[in-house]
Structures are given as C-alpha cells and as structure tokens.
Design a protein around this ligand. Structure first.
Ligand code: NI
Length: 388
C-alpha cells in the first residue's frame, strides 16, 4: 500500500500551515504564536482534549479512538521551535524575522503531526487513545523535559512514544533509524586553571598556568581510547582556550577552557565526567597549579527501544516507505531522549532529500516528505492500537 490517499488530498493545506510557520519562526519557549495556532487547529479538528501551557508553551491534544477496549495510549511528538540563524534561502515564504529561522525543519515536524491529527480525528480508526505532543525549546532548552516535569507522561497515561526528525541527504520516502542508541548525549565542561603569574623570562619563579592548562588539553584527549573503549563511540573536544595574559612576556594567573563530551553509551558518559575531573585536577597538581571543573549535563543519549523500532519500521513499510532500521547512530543530540528515558518508543529520520544540512542558513524542510510523515504516524497509531 502506498501513502494514505487522504494525505495527498490534505497536502496543499498542510503545506500552507508549514510555510506559515516557516515565515514566522519563534525561539525556545517563546513559541506563543505557533503554539496558539497548533491549539486552535487541534480544537477545530475536534480533538477530545486540548491543553496549552504544558512545559510553559507546549501543547497536548488528545484523540480517542472509536473504541477504547485496549486502554492503550500512544504518544506522538513534534517540536515547534526555530533557531537564531539569519535565513538565506531566498524563498518567497522565508522568515519575516531577521536572525530567526526554521533551520532544523521543526515547522515541518509540527505541520506533519497536525496533518496526522486531522486525519486521526476524522477517522478514529483505532482502539485506544492518541496523545499529540507539541513541545517548545528542543534547541537547547530541554522543552521535552519541561513537559515531562509538568506531568506529561502520567497525566495522560502514555504507554509508548514516537517522533520523527527530517534527515537531509536521505531520499524522500525513506526512513532511517536503529535500535538502541541513535543520538549522542551532550555534556559541557569548563575548567579554570589557577597557577602563579610572573615574568615570562623567569618561569621557574612562577607556576606556569598556560603550560599546565595546555597539558590538561592534551591529556583530556587520552580519555577516549585510554579510559573509554575506543569502540565506545565518544567524542571529546575543547572548543575554548584562553588565559588572562594579554602580552607575550607575562605568565598568567588563570587559564580557562570549555569543551563538550558526546557519548552514545550512557555508561561512558559517567566515566567521561569522572575522568575529565581527575585529569584536570591531577594534571594541574603535577604542575603546582589548581584546576576547578564545572560539569554541565546536557541532553541524554537518545536510546530507541528495539521492539518499538520494529513496530515503527513495519508501519513505515506498510505505507510504501523504504526503511533502514540498522542505520549508524549520529553524534548530535536530541531532547526526545528525555521522553525515551520515560517510556519505550522510537525516534526516526525521515528523508528530506538532497537539501542543505540542518542548522544551515540555506536549509529548508522538504514539503514532499509531508505525506510520508503523516501516513507513517497514522499507520503506526492504527497498528499499535488496532480497531476490532
Ligand atoms: Ni531539530
């Protein structure tokens, strides 16, 4: 069976919603206009319940199937926020706000979930309850966590949860995913090294902060492979390095660095933190300096439930999509990870064709992917909660 015919009919309307959101991007939790439009449409579709303000500006819609003998509740999630990037697509529906754009396709994700909602509210051809989750602040604000902290999973009794993200470079009509870790965790560290400043010509009378800090940078790079299995899929990068000296003949008192650690295994994440602290503190001590480590945890590893991946793959194949369910994981992080820590489910990449990469000023969501994303969502719900 190909895509669901109804979505071919709805495509112009869904595309219009998408382009309207594209023209009016909003950042982080400030997605007031977008959330308002989402809530209005969900009400117009005849959703049984529409609740705004979950996780500050998140929206939840509920559609009951024509039966509820199963008592099952499936959650589908889309993100609504844009990025602080100045759009350079030249599209006639390009962002009207300088410095803000939908450069990650969340406009497309929201439009597809709205399209699926319209169809599901019309047909209700399932036995159970569908919960539609529209979240703010995926781009660094942990909007998924904010919605969970507001009771999302328990208030609506969600049993399992699914989401899709567009995938530039993946052909339209294809889905890629894998069981287990799909996207990396993202933690940040700051290290402040304090030595004893002095004259560059007499370093033996000082504690050379720069040298101690530089040695810390080098030693940090031994953590992956010497402490963490080189096959453990971890990346550590120091992106900032600075001292408080502004002359070549001054040994500074302080040096400062910032870095990020990306892991695909939750266990490696804990070990990485422990080793970053140890390496910084003990290397500094070897030079007679001191290091203070500030560790800021970011998004967790996005871990797909293997059985849910199979369900999702079957649904995608049933609507005529090509599925690669053994794709390689990627290192960018994703806050759907918080939802997958709460409930089994799966996250999938939906082909966006030959487009610019996400977070690029020339990126655009591909509207040709809409009927596939909508059909996938609808088929998945009908299969996970089959009507008698
Ligand atoms: Ni994104």
């Amino acid at each position: 069976m190909p895509i669901k015919n109804r979505f071919a009919e709805l495509l112009p309307e869904i595309t219009e919603w998408r382009r309207d959101m594209h023209e009016n991007p909003e950042l982080m939790y400030e997605v007031h206009r977008t959330a308002g439009l989402v809530a209005d449409r969900l009400r117009a579709f005849g959703c049984d319940e529409v609740v705004e303000g979950i996780g500050r500006t998140g929206v939840v819609g509920v559609i009951k199937g024509k039966a509820n003998g199963s008592g099952r509740v499936v959650g589908l999630r889309a993100d609504m926020d844009a990025l602080p990037i100045h759009e350079q697509t030249g599209l006639d529906y390009a962002s009207k706000t300088p410095g803000k754009m939908h450069a990650c396709g969340h406009d497309g994700h929201t439009a597809m979930l709205l399209g699926a909602a319209k169809y599901m509210a019309e047909t209700r051809n399932f036995d159970g309850t569908l919960v539609l989750i529209f979240q703010p602040a995926e781009e660094g604000g942990a909007g998924a966590k904010a919605m969970i902290d507001d009771g999302l999973m328990d208030r609506w009794g969600i049993d399992e949860v699914y989401g899709v993200h567009n995938g530039p470079g993946i052909p339209v009509g294809e889905i890629m995913t894998c069981p287990g870790p799909l996207q990396a965790s993202s933690d940040e560290f700051e290290i402040i090294v304090t030595g004893k400043g002095g004259h560059a010509a007499e370093p033996h009378k000082a504690v050379d902060t720069t040298l101690a800090a530089a040695q810390i940078v080098v030693t940090l790079h031994t953590i992956v492979s010497r402490n963490i299995d080189p096959l453990g899929r971890v990346v550590l990068t120091v992106g900032v390095f600075e001292t408080d000296s502004n002359a070549s003949n001054i040994i500074p008192d302080k040096a400062r660095m910032e870095g990020t650690v990306r892991c695909l295994e939750p266990e490696a994440r804990a070990l990485a933190e422990e080793r970053v602290r140890r390496v910084a503190e003990d290397t500094a001590a070897a030079f007679g300096a001191k290091a203070e480590v500030i560790w800021t945890p970011g998004y967790p590893v996005t871990v797909n439930d293997a059985t849910s991946v199979e369900y999702a793959a079957e649904a995608a194949r049933a609507v005529g999509m090509k599925v690669d369910a053994t794709a390689n994981p990627i290192m960018p992080s994703e806050d759907f990870s918080y939802m997958l820590e709460e409930r089994p489910g799966a996250y999938l990449f939906l082909g966006n064709g030959d487009s610019a990469q996400c977070h690029h000023p020339e990126y655009n969501f591909n509207d040709e992917a809409i009927p596939y994303g909508c059909s996938f969502f609808a088929e998945l719900v009908e299969r996970r909660m089959p009507a008698a």
